[in-house]
Unconditional design. Structure first.
Lengths: 300, 300
């Protein structure tokens, strides 16, 4: 089934303890789309400026991602993020953010996108995320990401959105912030009680937790020594997860858990290169081979 | 098979964000013994002072733990630890440490302990841990725990010990400290290359990682909302792990992984009460029931 994603498309400048890479193809919707494209047809909605290199769009189109919904603003500049990772490769400092055309992003879905059953709202202003939901009234599964900034400054809009969502994914620190509790099991269920039928808490190198009314579980990250650039790991996770759900056209508990595992593996490949570099070298077979290793790892 | 453990036996005063408990039965060898006693015969070596309440010894003996090796120093005072947990229940501040008789601990194993095949050296001075090893020349599996203090101040002795060990368990922060690397996969293998055939990195609420020449894996912690007191979680983990290995009298890769899972579950019960309170309420059946849940959690 087609999967619509709405979110940021960006140029990233990334500094790690051992390297620096400028002008990476970045943004949450980009990382999400690329990961999801191994599983299903992805329809991307985003905005870029006149400075956007055509080869970035080609890279996405080559993966079969529908870029009809990627609009380009004449005279505008693309959203740019510059950040530096700490030696632990988990904490990062944002050195510069230029929202540019993304600051005025008012997503309008192409007509054929509006029939979508599977929708992912990458991190963005909650009221804008809500506007997207209104354009896909026949959706079967809508999942969103969010961030600390909206929890702190747009709480009412975010809570209104949460009541319309099937699922919410967020970081461990964001779940704690939203619920004012330090225990992640309590936090996960407290977020769930705010609306979404399920909640996924992303813990970076420590994996991800899942919460529904009758389920609480955690899956570890795939252990890799080869962490080159964590940028977009969370979005790749969501892309692998949602891509698998859309491919299966099912979100029963069993399928959801397998989707969590696919998300975990998509993220594990994503961090093995700058931007989308590592993702460009893999196939669905590579993901499934790693899935076999991952299942073996968790069997005893 | 009998399992010998040598380490601290203590009185703990514990403060959490919501409660305080004084005069808990604590110490690394104590938590280890209690957890291991659900699996195999445990022979404890430790030292206490004249102030040691007889009911604490009875509590251990009631679980079938052999306390012949627990010596009491007339006129001495028992090792006391007082600590306070941060709201995250992971970080803690040591408010007071009185080593007392444990400061002069010179473990001498009773004659019938010296035939042991399974030995665990709970955290202690590396040169003292080494002296214990020399008393069990026929051992089949010797595993030790250590801490940041010895990594920083007794590095040579610790490295000498590590060359004699089959396995080493340590915390994530200690593994990073020992190897000067932030990536835990790299750190685990770097520690392993210093001697032990396998290394276990404990990550607290995020589970534990295992490293041998041909294996690298991570198992998540059992997710519980009911964290009352994390004191002794790492020792309970080691106790569950070693207890299972001794019970099976086998340490093949398959048994080791199952042992890691049992360690994880022993720790999950331990944190659900102050000191050994929760552990006193459970049976082996409770552990096996949770194992079934844990296996289900990791199947998809």
């Amino acid at each position: 089934m087609p999967l619509v994603v709405v979110g940021s498309v960006a140029i990233d400048n990334i500094e790690t303890p051992t390297a620096r890479r400028d002008n990476c193809l970045g943004g949450s919707a980009t990382h999400f789309s690329y990961a999801a494209s191994f599983f299903t047809n992805v329809r991307l909605v985003g905005v870029v400026g006149e400075d956007w290199p055509a080869e970035h769009t080609e890279l996405l189109a080559k993966r079969g991602i529908d870029v009809t919904g990627l609009s380009q603003v004449t005279g505008g500049k693309t959203f740019t993020w510059t950040g530096r990772y700490e030696p632990n490769m988990n904490d990062r400092e944002t050195l510069e953010v230029e929202l540019n055309v993304f600051g005025e992003f008012d997503p309008v879905l192409p007509e054929d996108y509006r029939q979508a059953k599977y929708v992912f709202l990458a991190n963005g202003v909650p009221s804008v995320q809500m506007k997207v939901l209104e354009q896909v009234p026949g959706r079967r599964l809508a999942v969103a990401d969010t961030m600390d900034l909206w929890i702190q400054t747009q709480r009412d809009d975010l809570e209104e959105l949460m009541r319309e969502l099937d699922g919410l994914v967020l970081n461990d620190s964001e779940a704690k912030l939203m619920t004012d509790t330090e225990n992640l099991v309590e936090a996960g269920h407290a977020v769930r009680e705010m609306g979404p039928r399920f909640v996924v808490i992303k813990k970076g190198e420590h994996g991800a937790m899942f919460f529904s009314e009758h389920e609480t579980y955690v899956l570890p990250a795939y252990p890799t020594a080869d962490v080159v650039d964590p940028t977009g790991a969370g979005d790749s996770f969501a892309g692998g997860m949602m891509g698998y759900l859309a491919e299966q056209d099912d979100f029963s508990p069993t399928t959801l858990k397998r989707a969590m595992a696919y998300g975990t593996l998509a993220a594990s490949f994503n961090v093995e290169g700058f931007g989308l570099e590592r993702m460009q070298t893999i196939t669905r077979d590579d993901i499934d081979r790693r899935m076999q290793e991952y299942e073996n790892m968790l069997s005893f």
